[in-house]
Design a binder for this molecule. Structure first.
Ligand code: LLP
Length: 425
C-alpha cells in the first residue's frame, strides 16, 4: 500500500522517514507523544492550489482551524496564502505568525461584538456573515468605529457533501449559513446598511469531501444567486467556494487539488463568471497528510480470544492528543516507526485516558513490543488543533522538518502550566 503522506513520508530499509528523517530517532530525541510535520509537504499541497489558480485573481485562505501552530501559519504566510479564521484568537495567531489581516477572511456562525471590533480594527479582508442579525450587529460595530465592514454572505447551498454528519455543513438541517431561499433578501438588507460593504459570496459544504460533484453543485447554486443579486443592483466581487477537500487516510481517492480547482474554474468560465476573483478555504488538504503523531507502546494486554476478548496495545498518546477516532470513529493508519520481524497480531491501539472511547485504531495488524514507537499517519490536520488537557495530560510537543533542518516548533507542555492560572479557595 502506498503510504498516505508519500512521497514525503516513506519507508526505507524498515525505517519510517519524513523528508528523510527517521521518525524513531525524532521520537527518541524529543519524546512522545510528538507531532512531526513536513514543511515541504505543506508547501507542496499549497502550491497545487496556487499552480492551478495561476493567471486568475485568487486567494487561497488556509483554514487554520486544521492546524494553528505558529510555525505552520508562518510557513503558509510566507508562501503567499491568506487565512480563514473563526475566532479572535485565530486572528491573534495569524498576526503573531507574520500573516496580514488584509488576507484574512473571518468565518463562523457566532462572532462576538468584541471579535468583530478586533477584526475591523485589524482590517480583515472580509467577514463571512452567516445570518441577518449578524449583519445588523456588524453594521453597528462598523459605524461605531467609523468604518465599513466588508461582507460576504455564507450561503447554505443545500447540497449533500456525502461525508460524516458531524462534518457536513451545507445541508438545510445544518446550523451554518443563510438559507439559499433567503439569501437574496439578506443581500438587499446588507446593501442597505451604511456600515457594510458587500464584497462577495461564500459557502462551505463540509469536510473530507472525496468527490467533485458536490462542489460543482454548490458552485452552480452560488452562481444562480450571484446573478440574481447582481440583477438587483448589488455587485459581487469574489466567489469563495470554501474548503473541504478530502485526503487519503486509508483507501479514499479524493480528487487532487489541481483537478478540483480546474473543474471549478471551468464551470465559472462556462457560466460567464471567469473574471471573478476566486477564494478557497482549504484546511485538511494543506496539512493533513503532512503530519504524523508519534507514540510509544507502554503495555501490551493480550486478551483471551476464546471468550471474544481483545488484544490491547496501550500507547502514550490518547484521545486528548488526537480526538478524531473517538469523536468521528475516524480511521487513521498506524505504522511502526521501525519495522520488527515476527508475526503480526491484531491489536486495538488505545491511550491511557479513562474512557472506553479512548482509542486510536481498532483491529490493527501489527508486530509490536513495549517500547516500540508507532506513527499515526495523516495527523497533521485536526490533531494538535483539537488537543485537550483531559486527565491533566500536557499537550504533545511539535517538530517541523524542512530538508536537513529539524525545528522544535512547540515545547511539550508542563503539567504545572496547566493549573498555573487556577486559585485555591
Ligand atoms: N471553511 C470553513 C468555513 C470551515 O468551517 C472549514 C472546516 C473549512 C473551511 C476547512 O475545511 P477542510 O478543508 O479542513 O475540510 N474536526 C473535523 C473537521 C471539521 C471541519 C470544520 N470546518 C475532523 O477532524 O474531521
Amino acid at each position: 500500500m502506498k503510504l498516505p503522506g508519500a512521497p514525503f513520508l516513506a519507508r526505507e530499509a524498515g525505517e519510517l522517514r519524513l523528508e528523510g528523517h527517521a521518525l524513531a530517532e525524532l521520537a527518541a530525541r524529543f519524546g512522545t507523544p510528538l507531532f512531526v510535520y513536513s514543511r515541504q509537504a505543506m508547501l507542496s499541497a499549497l502550491r497545487a492550489y496556487q499552480r492551478a489558480l495561476h493567471g486568475r485573481r485568487h486567494l487561497v485562505c488556509y483554514a487554520m482551524k486544521a492546524n494553528s501552530s505558529l510555525a505552520v501559519l508562518q510557513t503558509f504566510a510566507q508562501a503567499g496564502a491568506g487565512f480563514d479564521i473563526v475566532s479572535g484568537g485565530e486572528l491573534a495567531r495569524v498576526l503573531a505568525a507574520g500573516g496580514e489581516a488584509s488576507r484574512v477572511v473571518f468565518s463562523g456562525v457566532g462572532k462576538t461584538r468584541a471579535e468583530m471590533r478586533q477584526a475591523l480594527q485589524a482590517g480583515v479582508r472580509c467577514f463571512n456573515a452567516e445570518s441577518v442579525p449578524e449583519l445588523d450587529t456588524l453594521n453597528e460595530e462598523a459605524l461605531a468605529l467609523g468604518c465599513r465592514a466588508p461582507v460576504s454572505l455564507r450561503v447554505n447551498p443545500d447540497v449533500d457533501a456525502g461525508t460524516h454528519p458531524y462534518i457536513s455543513t451545507g445541508l438545510k438541517g445544518n446550523k451554518f449559513g443563510i438559507a439559499h431561499a433567503q439569501a437574496l433578501g439578506a443581500y438587499r438588507h446588507a446593501a442597505a446598511l451604511p456600515g457594510l460593504h458587500v464584497v462577495g459570496i461564500d459557502c462551505h459544504i463540509g469536510s473530507q469531501i472525496t468527490q467533485l460533484s458536490p462542489y460543482l453543485d454548490a458552485l452552480d447554486r452560488l452562481l444562480d444567486l450571484v446573478e440574481a443579486v447582481e440583477a438587483a443592483g448589488i455587485p459581487i466581487h469574489h466567489v469563495d467556494v470554501g474548503g473541504g477537500l478530502g485526503i487519503t487516510y486509508t483507501d479514499e481517492t479524493p480528487p487532487d487539488a489541481g483537478t478540483l480547482v480546474r473543474a471549478l474554474l471551468q464551470r465559472l468560465d462556462e457560466r460567464g463568471h471567469g473574471q471573478r476573483e476566486v477564494l478557497f478555504e482549504p484546511g485538511r488538504s494543506l496539512v493533513g497528510n503532512a503530519g504524523v503523531l508519534l507514540t510509544e507502546v507502554l503495555v501490551l494486554k493480550p486478551g483471551f480470544t476464546e471468550d471474544g476478548g481483545k488484544n490491547f496495545c496501550i500507547v502514550d498518546a490518547a484521545m486528548n492528543d488526537l480526538v478524531r477516532p473517538a469523536m468521528y470513529e475516524a480511521y487513521m493508519a498506524i505504522e511502526p516507526c521501525s519495522q520488527r520481524s515476527g508475526p503480526a497480531e491484531s491489536w486495538d491501539v488505545v491511550g491511557p485516558v479513562c474512557e472506553s472511547g479512548d482509542w486510536l485504531g481498532r483491529d490493527r495488524r501489527l508486530a509490536v513490543a513495549p517500547g516500540d514507537k508507532l506513527a499515526v499517519l495523516s495527523a497533521g490536520a485536526y490533531g494538535m488543533a483539537m488537543a485537550s488537557n483531559y486527565n491533566t495530560r500536557p499537550r504533545a510537543a511539535e517538530v517541523m522538518v524542512d530538508g536537513p533542518r529539524v525545528h522544535l516548533i512547540r515545547e511539550r507542555e508542563e503539567a504545572r502550566a496547566l493549573f498555573a492560572g487556577e486559585r485555591l479557595l
